[in-house]
Write a protein that binds this ligand. Structure first.
Ligand code: ADP
Ligand code: MG
Length: 242
């Protein structure tokens, strides 16, 4: 049974149909990398999965819960889905520790003591134990993004969605963030990652999805999609980015 099941998903903004019928099943522990040109609907797709955007048609089922069913508590579903964005969105007036402790405490999931212990453990996991007291403005982009990942993990989600997590980073900081994501993948986290890092996708993905014009044009193993792409649009996209 799929951890995430998407059927005939459509999304329009006014007259602009951005997602034109997406079907996808992501299994528990699977790492799916989503690639494709700018404007192809990748971010919209990811945002429909935790209902940050309301879909126009279709079905999204996360952990057997239909996210559009009025009986589904969408906040409960979201607690189980960590999301990391291109622009870290840390709370600027909180230090690193408080950024990570905030959601679990605010939602009554953890006591202050538990939240602190969790945050310290996660900071160690992302290699930032020495930054607990720093403020976001004192961190590099790569460090901010690692804090953002730790913050998403603090709710103990079992799905992580990443939307171009390294696109805003200076090149020398990309590796440290991809390293943390690689560790998560190896630990069995279910992940969907929109990325332009083709080398990373090839190495870490169980499956690669190529989106163009609101459709999944091609999908398969990294070897298949990168090594022997079938569709003309996939071929021309990969020629540009590889
Ligand atoms: P990608 O992430 O692949 O670059 P997006 O999902 O961000 O693509 O955008 C796909 C299309 O949807 C674009 O044409 C974009 O202009 C449009 N779009 C995205 N978000 C909105 C919005 N909030 N309102 C109106 N149009 C949007
Ligand atoms: Mg995008």
């Amino acid at each position: 049974m799929g951890k995430i099941r998407v059927e005939a998903l459509k999304k329009s903004y006014g007259a602009n149909e951005v997602l034109k019928g997406i079907d996808l099943e992501v299994k528990e522990g699977e790492v799916v990398c989503v690639i494709g040109p700018s404007g192809s609907g990748k971010s919209t797709f990811l945002r429909c999965i935790n209902r940050l955007e309301d879909m126009t048609a279709g079905t999204v089922i996360v952990d057997d819960r239909d996210i559009n069913d009025p009986k589904t508590n969408i906040n409960k579903v979201r607690e189980n889905i960590g999301m990391v964005f291109q622009h870290f969105n840390l709370f600027p007036h909180f230090n690193v520790l408080k950024n990570i402790m905030f959601a679990p405490m605010e939602l009554g999931k953890q006591s202050e003591k538990e939240a602190r212990a969790t945050a310290l453990r996660l900071l160690e996991q992302v290699g930032l134990s020495d930054k607990a007291d720093a403020f976001p403005s004192q961190l590099s982009g790569g460090q901010k993004q690692r804090v953002a990942i730790a913050r998403a993990l603090a709710m103990n989600p079992d799905i992580m969605l990443f939307d171009e997590p390294t696109s805003a980073l200076d090149p020398e900081m990309v590796g440290e963030v991809l390293g943390v994501m690689n560790d998560l993948a190896r630990e069995g986290m279910t992940m969907m990652i929109v990325t332009h890092e083709m080398g990373f996708a090839r190495e870490v993905a169980d499956r690669v999805i190529f989106m163009d014009g609101g459709y999944i044009v091609e999908e398969g193993s990294p070897d298949k999609v990168f090594g022997s792409p079938k569709h003309e649009r996939t071929i021309s996209f990969l020629e540009k980015v590889l």
